[in-house]
Ligand binder design. Structure first.
Ligand code: SF4
Length: 617
């Protein structure tokens, strides 16, 4: 839980230290992350997205220097082609240095600025030759040897940077690129993409018209520098473009006030606020049904990161819902009027059969804050999901209290939904409290099933669990596969399987499907019970002698294969197991479109209609 008290040092909305004249915003009060924490989250999100994809850099120091000089103000495909042509024409740098200028210009011409570039390159190589001769390196040691800068590898960072900056045509960006890529130093190079994105995020800024390289390098922790630089370039090219950033596709929107303002504008879709959002099962189901989740709130760092990584364009704040006001929410989503729905799946440990079942657990009354915020924001609908165990927790019932709280200003009903009725191979039962403002009509009914467990009612049959798990994920124990790389180069994240000792494997091998102790229960072949993650581990695979991977659990829950779970591996099973299965959420979301009172641009193919629904409980 993050502190909600005012910080003694002043921070901007991303928690970055500002000067004493700055007044902290409510956003800063709630999302008091340091600059380092924000950058570390940004680095993780961009790595999930781009996997520090190769930018074509070369390991040789002199070659990398030339490569970076050719890349300046030139498109990637063009400078890479020019570099290949240059290397093919002059396999030795010494040959390029002594070649006629007009000949070099002709090779460089497709990249533009070829006259100046030919001159810079020849001056650069001439300076390197002189240095080589003076130090007895390259041709200074062996007349036929090529020019080289490999001796820089043993120099300290400061000396390397000073040396490179003294070469003709080499500025700070080039020097730091060479240091990061060819010399593996912890330098942070700032190009236009890096400067633009970090400035928009409010994390660093040049004060004058020229790029202040040191201002940017100083804020980025050493361990992040190289990977973050690469991924920021990918992000600048594909999402955070110069004139028109695509903020609705941006995984960094949580940290960007400009982006949050842009994505909060009404785009014709119904809007939802997602509280206790977890890894995003409920929210992503609503998104896939055509809703816009304007803001999510999740206090747990790894779950918040998972939400961000998979739901670009939705800001996620790490905050305690009990400390939030409608004003705080609107600060993070400035264009939000009255949301169409407030969604919430409050923590269920107090109610859950897998938890302590303590009637006095303060978590049991978190629903009061969901109702309070829905009231403050005048939301049309409320969707509150929780475990059936809340009906009676060691003699104390909470279901009626939730209904009573909702019914103060709304018509509300509770419905018990079974995940298998919505295409999920799990007999997972959950209560959904669906409420609508009293001035707008009756309470929403339950969403009609989309699948049938026995193939009746003209519905498609719920897929079997074994069908979900067959194929590429049948990996042996202790396989490192995060991600699993397929033959076609595509990636499946979170497929790593656990290592078990030989004695545990022996024990597991004797367990039949549907049997076993709680810690090593083997899943049934056709339909799982509710998927639970006990003590950071998941159940045993239906036919392999190991526990299921996070990816397999995600498949059983109905997450798409590219939905990436963030944070340490040990923190991922609970994120998956606690999530609302997205197909269930999608069915609820589609059904609720029929209970809204407004003009909406419903996505093509959706025909929202109140259905007969399941029986009220
Ligand atoms: S939210 Fe928009 S402006 Fe901000 S980093 Fe993302 S794309 Fe750029």
């Amino acid at each position: 839980m993050h502190s909600t008290s005012q910080q003694s040092c002043q921070t901007n909305e991303n928690g970055r230290a500002l000067g004493p004249a700055h007044t902290p915003t409510p956003a800063g009060r709630l999302q008091a992350l340091s600059t380092e924490q924000i950058l570390e989250r940004i680095d993780e999100l961009l790595e999930v997205r781009y996997r520090s994809g190769d930018l074509g850099n070369v390991p040789d120091v002199l070659a990398e220097t030339v490569y970076i000089l050719l890349s300046l103000n030139t498109r990637e495909a063009v400078y890479q082609r020019v570099y290949r042509a240059l290397r093919s024409r002059y396999p030795r740098w010494a040959d390029l240095a002594s070649a006629p200028a007009c000949e070099v210009e002709a090779v460089l011409e497709p990249g533009g600025l070829h006259v100046q570039r030919a001159r810079y390159l020849k001056e650069l190589l001439e300076a390197v030759r002189e240095d080589n001769l003076g130090r007895g390196e390259g041709p200074g040691a062996e007349p036929d040897a090529d020019l080289t800068l490999e001796y820089l590898r043993s120099w300290p960072d400061g000396d390397v940077e000073r040396f490179l900056l003294a070469l003709p045509g080499v500025g700070k960006k080039t020097a730091r690129c060479v240091m990061a890529y060819a010399l593996d130093r912890q330098s942070f190079a700032v190009d236009t993409h890096v400067e633009r994105i970090l400035s928009r995020l409010g994390l660093a800024r040049s004060t004058g018209t020229k790029t202040d390289h040191d201002a940017f390098q100083t804020v980025v922790p050493l361990k992040l520098r190289k990977r973050l630089h690469i991924n920021l370039i990918h992000h600048g090219r594909s999402v955070c473009a110069g004139p028109r950033p695509r903020c609705r596709n941006c995984v960094l929107v949580s940290f960007c006030s400009q982006g949050r303002e842009a994505v909060s504008e009404d785009d014709g879709r119904p809007t939802a606020i997602d509280l206790f959002a977890g890894a995003g099962g409920l929210g992503s189901g609503f998104r896939s049904a055509g809703w816009r989740v304007a803001l999510a709130v999740e206090n747990e760092r790894d779950a918040a990161q998972t939400y961000r990584a998979n739901n670009p364009g939705t800001p996620v704040i790490e905050a305690d819902v009990t400390a939030l006001s409608a004003g705080d929410i609107r600060t993070h989503s400035p264009g939000l009027g009255e949301p169409h729905a407030v969604l919430a799946g409050p923590p269920c440990q107090g109610y859950s059969a897998a938890g302590a079942r303590n009637p006095a657990d303060p978590k049991n009354v978190l629903f009061e804050h969901v109702v309070r915020l829905a009231d403050e924001m005048r939301a049309q609908l409320v969707v509150l999901e929780n475990v059936p165990g809340l009906r009676r927790v060691n003699g104390v019932g909470f279901g009626d209290g939730i209904l009573a709280a909702l019914r103060t200003n709304r018509a509300a009903e509770r419905h018990e939904l079974v995940a298998a009725d919505y295409g999920v191979p799990q007999n997972r039962r959950r209560l959904f409290f669906l409420a609508r403002r009293s001035d707008l009509g009756t309470a929403p009914t339950a969403p009609p099933p989309t699948h049938s467990r026995d193939g009746r009612a003209g519905l498609p049959r719920t897929p079997r669990l074994d069908a979900r798990l067959r194929g590429i994920l049948e990996l042996p124990p202790a396989t490192a596969a995060d991600p699993l790389v397929l033959d076609d180069g595509s990636l499946i994240p979170n497929a790593t399987t656990m290592a078990h000792s030989p004695s545990v494997i022996d024990k597991i091998s004797a367990i039949k499907p549907g049997q076993g102790p709680i810690s090593y229960r083997r899943l049934e072949l056709d339909m799982a019970r509710t998927l639970v993650a006990g003590h950071r581990a998941l159940p045993v695979h239906p036919w392999l002698d190991r526990t299921i991977s996070v990816r397999e659990a995600a498949r059983i829950q109905g997450f798409p294969d590219d939905y990436t779970f963030c944070g340490f591996r040990a923190n991922q099973p609970l994120q998956v197991a606690n999530a609302v299965p997205p197909p269930v959420a999608k069915a609820v979301a589609e059904h609720l479109l029929g209970f809204l009172t407004c003009e909406l641009q419903a996505p093509v193919g959706l025909q929202p209609q109140p259905g007969p629904g399941a029986a009220k409980t």
